[in-house]
Design a protein around this ligand. Structure first.
Ligand code: F6R
Length: 261
């Protein structure tokens, strides 16, 4: 895992956008894994800017979102379908037929989740997965004790997640208690992962995920086992990291084969 401590949210969003742009320039038909929530908004904003001002092309991109609330239809203003269209898809030239967001209104969730997994495989697997992190250390909606090999399925949201997400709903009681989510195992199959964390409310989760033991109690800790994961944290989110100096030292001295002088 590479840990990058950023000065602020803007720097973090721009660095992550540069990573996505670099991939799309090399592989225009890349498959992106996308997240919702407050964290990736700056990343989407920067990607929209790169599209509008620098011609970054999304026309051949396929995307898969991590999760959706059970019971919210795509028109609901708190559904993740709606979020993605409003904050990203409608501003870029992505082909909407190549966009996938889990269904929150499936008749048969078992069949739907199997189809979603199958569809990711048919599209060649995810090249780059964008993640946020919950204050309880979740990735997607893989709440504490989710199997680290889990696949797309329905999860019951933790009380902490419901509290955290209540800010988006008129009333706390309106927050759905179930979600369809990619599993930790699904996420771990992405070829590359970039996790973004900002704000002091994430500091404990970031420290546990990066420096704690790999544990199903903090599903983001599974990323320690991923061969190509970049973990971005802004100053506040990085506050609990004990090896912070070392991460910054590595950034200042990128690994290279030592040479004999
Ligand atoms: C959203 C998702 C969640 C969020 C996490 C952080 O698709 O998968 O894991 O990334 O709950 O949410 P924010 O960014 O709102 O703090």
């Amino acid at each position: 895992m590479e840990v990058v401590v950023c000065r602020d949210y803007q720097e973090m969003s721009k660095s992550a956008a540069a990573m996505v742009a670099q991939l799309l320039r090399r592989k225009p038909h890349a498959v992106l894994g996308l997240a919702t929530g407050s964290t990736p908004l700056g990343l989407y904003k920067e990607l929209i800017r790169l599209h509008k001002q620098e011609g970054l092309d999304f026309s051949q991109v396929t995307s898969f979102n991590l999760d959706e609330y059970v019971g919210l239809d795509p028109q609901h203003d708190q559904s993740y379908h709606y979020f993605m269209h409003e904050n990203f898809f409608r501003h870029i030239n992505i082909n909407l037929r190549q966009v996938h967001v889990p269904s929150g209104t499936a008749k048969d969730y078992g069949a739907f989740c199997q189809w979603y997994e199958q569809r990711i495989k048919e599209c060649g697997g995810i090249d780059l997965q964008v993640l946020g992190i919950g204050s309880n250390g979740h990735i997607a909606f893989n709440e504490p004790l989710s199997s680290l090999q889990s696949r797309t399925r329905i999860k019951t949201l933790a009380r902490q997640t419901i509290e955290d997400n209540a800010r988006f709903f008129a009333r706390r009681e309106d927050v759905p208690i179930f979600a369809v989510t990619m599993g930790v195992g699904t996420i771990m199959e992405a070829r590359r992962i970039v996790l973004l964390a900002n704000g002091g409310a994430k500091a404990k989760a970031v420290a546990a995920a990066v420096e704690g033991p790999v544990s199903a109690m903090i599903t983001a800790s599974a990323l320690q086992m991923h061969p190509d994961c970049t973990f971005y944290a802004d100053d506040d989110a990085a506050a609990g990291l004990t090896m912070r100096d070392y991460y910054q030292w590595i950034q200042a001295h990128p690994p290279a084969a030592p040479t004999i002088q």
